[in-house]
Design a protein. Structure first.
Length: 68
């Protein structure tokens, strides 16, 4: 599923995620594009916020960088 799809399915905007998790919008965009990964603790918080599992969040990560 990945970060962006999970956020969209949860009906949340980037601004809402920024507010709920006290992170920057840049951090959210970097997670969604695979530039950076959240810490393990933050990953659990994101999964709970989006109503998904950590496995679902990570299922499509690294697809941007695979084979490059």
């Amino acid at each position: 599923m990945g970060f962006r799809e999970a956020r969209v399915k949860a009906g949340m905007s980037v601004a809402q995620v920024v507010d709920k998790l006290s992170v920057s919008d840049a951090a959210v965009y970097q997670w969604e594009t695979g530039v950076t990964m959240p810490t393990a603790k933050r990953l659990i918080e994101i999964a709970k916020l989006y109503g998904v599992t950590v496995d679902e969040l990570l299922s499509e990560q690294n697809t941007v960088s695979d084979g490059q």
